[in-house]
Design a protein around this ligand. Structure first.
Ligand SMILES: [Ca+2]
Ligand SMILES: [Ca+2]
Length: 257
């Protein structure tokens, strides 16, 4: 009798452990944090409510940079789920667009043409008709009824770029493209582009830098384009601002840790 009681208690404990374990697993159809390559939130459709846009997938470029396969259109509240649960639950995913043929690396929202509605900016990795090598290219779409409608599928900017953000640097309520570009001698410049109705035209660019530049992705109180610059094992933070048509920067040294 005693043996049976012990076995029953052991079985109940095992079932409880299994139940707790299954509860902790993401439900079927959810997208885990590790599968999210890039995401942003904002009003992607111009209806006054925010969405969360995410690129999901497990691809990797030769450089080690991650790329995805899908663009997910989700409820904006999915941002909290990514932080608290570690995944986007299936009921928050409204649609899933297959972009595997253009290898998406990054998704951003910004109004680059000044019509008051955000465009969906997707950095893709692909060849172009007149530039048949694999490279990062800036694509812009409108999101209409769950479909991506091309606005401008750029084959390139002025030079190969490492990364770009959308930022209204001249405070005219229209976002500019701000790109970290590579010169032929491998130095970097920050270049700013404006929409001109048929494409983007360079507004201004910075001096050239001997070293690596990456955007500071933390939202900071400092107005301007904030980047980290590392050169000769020294790390500094640079903040770029426009003065007239010229791009100036101030620098703060940071202890490299
Ligand atoms: Ca727009
Ligand atoms: Ca602007």
């Amino acid at each position: 009798m005693k043996v049976w009681r012990t076995r029953v208690i052991a079985l109940i404990i095992m079932l409880l452990v299994a139940y707790v374990f299954l509860q902790a697993l993401p439900p079927r159809g959810s997208v885990e944090r590790g599968q999210i390559v890039s995401y942003c939130t904002g009003d992607a459709t111009g209806d006054g409510t925010a969405e969360l846009l995410a690129i999901s997938g497990r691809g990797k470029l030769e450089s080690g940079e991650r790329h995805g396969q899908f663009l997910l259109i989700c409820d904006a509240s999915a941002e909290n789920d990514i932080a608290s649960l570690g995944y986007i639950p299936p009921e928050k995913i409204r649609s899933r667009i297959d972009l595997s043929s253009i290898m998406p690396l990054k998704v951003q929202l910004g109004d680059v043409n000044g019509d008051g509605v955000n465009e969906v900016a997707i950095c893709v990795y692909k060849t172009a008709e007149f530039h048949p090598v694999m490279a990062k290219r800036p694509f812009f779409f409108d999101l209409v009824e769950g479909n991506l409608i091309p606005v401008w599928l750029g084959s390139r900017l002025s030079r190969p770029f490492d990364d770009y953000i959308l930022y209204d640097i001249n405070a005219d309520s229209v976002d500019e493209i701000v790109a970290i570009e590579r010169l032929e001698d491998d130095r970097r410049v920050i270049a700013v582009y404006n929409w001109r109705g048929f494409g983007f035209e360079m507004l201004t660019q910075s001096v050239a830098f001997d070293g690596d530049i990456v955007f500071d992705v933390q939202k900071t109180e400092v107005e301007g384009i904030n980047v980290f610059y590392s050169s000769n094992r020294e790390l500094s933070k640079l903040c770029f601002r426009l003065n007239g048509d010229n791009l100036f920067y101030s620098a703060i040294n940071i202890e490299e840790g």
